[in-house]
Design a protein around this ligand. Structure first.
Ligand SMILES: Nc1nc2c(ncn2[C@@H]2O[C@H](COP(=O)(O)OP(=O)(O)O)[C@@H](O)[C@H]2O)c(=O)[nH]1
Ligand SMILES: [Mg+2]
Length: 462
């Protein structure tokens, strides 16, 4: 079992849970895992054929009874002998009819026989504990289940196959080699062990740091792919933000009127573009106001802007740029932005010369003109963030990103220390730090805190 996990996971405790969603369905599955899995199953299950033996990977048809010997359901039971199961422990899967009532009774019978109800993600946690999956793969299982677009599912599947771990492994191995050389030099200093010159050690670390850097850069895109591209539609009142929002999400979500200050709350809606979720936020118009409710709206707008990946600053093409517009542009200056000049169906009065730099797109939320150009611009924005690696693998969450950054920084510090002729004992501390960060990334070393962060986001029964 992996270091640190034996304290948290014990297969002596057999766990049970319904693994399918609670609702009526053709089939529902209950899963048991742990040392007692087959004993418990044999207590309640009677095969339709004469002999009841649970053979590894063999499905058996029969009846499930409760403790009072009352029939619960006709089921198919499949046994997986450790270590050849999802969890790496003895496991039994019971496929019953998808009736919540009888599925619960099956679970109840197992509980009466000594099994405990599984925590969210506990089956996967056990898979990690028994070395069936590493932490990155466990996260991929969750992402795969949660995937809402085909792209997300594809990326999760690649990570499940170990795309990131495969990339990390050689980096770690080479790092450990460097460490071994340095350690040998320190331990056997009197024996004249040949320690390579600092420059050559630094030379062997640099490409590893570069590799990590390439991996780190995939997070920008990976985060957008996983959590969606956050787009804030911004502008002074009445420029057509809500109309544009409704067009972009292809629904009549936001109220549109010619009364300035109609939108007071932030509305969000997600649509799928080429497999990337676009999370549009329609906001309250930014302007100086004495209206209390509108003031709160403006504050929320600015909060939404702070969280956005890209601001769509909407201007009224039929008017001219005024102080309110300039105020909005100022607020959005710290965010990547795209200027959307709306109302292209009306005679255009706007002077765009003043808007140097930012990309401009002319649209009409009323007629739909220019919307495909706008979508193309969003596509281009995404593409610019997609690094060469991103087709194969991406870091998808903060935890992964943090570990990679930490490992990269430790390596950079080590290289720097070598160049400054700092004693090797100090350099080693950085290199061990880098190895530690990589181990945390893959789950070679785990802490309860990391496990909590990951598995609390799982569903029960997985
Ligand atoms: N002619 C024209 N009118 C528009 C267009 N987009 C919005 N409007 C009108 O502008 C007014 C304000 O629109 P709304 O979407 O509520 O603007 P918001 O305050 O920025 O959310 C409404 O009367 C809309 O019908 C457009 O592209 N062309
Ligand atoms: Mg509005």
């Amino acid at each position: 079992m992996r270091e640190g996990l034996h304290k948290i996971v014990s297969s002596e405790e057999t766990i049970v849970a319904i693994s399918t969603p609670l609702g009526r369905s053709g089939i529902g599955v209950v899963r048991i895992s742990g040392d007692e899995a087959s004993t418990i199953a044999l207590r309640f299950f009677r095969s339709h054929s004469a002999t009841v033996v649970l053979e590894h990977r063999t499905a058996v048809v029969g009846t499930w009874f409760d403790s009072a010997d009352e029939r619960i359901d006709e089921v198919v039971v499949t046994f997986f002998r450790a270590p050849h199961s999802y969890t790496g422990e003895d496991a039994v899967e019971i496929s019953a009819h998808g009736t919540p009532l009888s599925l619960k009774r099956i679970v109840e019978s197992c509980r009466a026989a000594g099994a405990r109800i599984a925590q969210p993600g506990e089956f996967t946690l056990r898979a990690v504990a028994h070395g069936k999956l590493d932490l990155l793969q466990a996260e991929a299982v969750r992402d795969f289940i949660e995937a809402q677009t085909e792209q997300q599912a594809k990326m999760a599947m690649r990570q499940l196959e170990g795309s990131i771990s495969k990339r990390i492994r050689p980096i770690k191995e080479k790092l450990v080699d460097v460490i071994a050389h340095l350690e040998a030099g320190i331990d056997f200093a009197e024996d004249d062990v040949q320690v390579p010159a600092n420059a050559s050690i630094a030379q062997s670390i640099r490409p590893l740091a570069d590799d990590l850097c390439r991996l780190e850069r995939t997070f920008d895109y990976g985060r957008m792919l996983n959590q969606g591209l956050r787009l804030a539609i911004l502008g002074k009142p009445n420029v057509g933000k809500s109309s544009l929002f409704n067009r972009l999400v292809a629904a009549d979500r936001a109220i549109v009127t010619d009364i300035p200050g109609t939108t007071r709350d932030v509305l969000t809606e997600t649509v799928d573009m080429d497999g990337v979720p676009l999370r549009f936020a329609d906001t309250a118009g930014v302007r100086q106001t004495s209206d209390q409710v509108e003031k709160i709206g403006v504050r929320r707008t600015l909060e939404t802007l702070a969280d956005a990946d890209l601001a769509l600053v909407v201007l009224d093409g039929a008017g001219s740029i005024d102080d309110d517009d300039r105020h909005v542009l100022e607020k959005a200056a710290a965010t990547a932005l795209l200027i959307v000049i709306n109302k292209s169906d009306l005679p255009q009065m706007i002077e765009t010369a003043a808007l140097n730099g930012a990309r401009k797109i002319s649209v009409s939320a009323k007629t739909g003109q220019g919307l495909s150009d706008l979508r193309d611009a969003l596509r281009a924005f995404l593409l610019e963030r997609k690094t060469d690696l991103a087709d194969d693998l991406v870091l998808t969450n903060e935890r992964q990103h943090e570990s990679v950054v930490r490992a990269g920084q430790a390596m950079a510090t080590a290289v720097d220390a070598l160049e400054r002729q700092v004693p090797h004992e100090m350099v080693l501390l950085d290199l061990y730090g880098a190895v530690g960060a990589l181990d945390e990334l893959t789950g070679e070393v785990v802490t309860e805190d990391i496990l909590d962060r990951i598995f609390s986001t799982f569903c029960i029964g997985k």
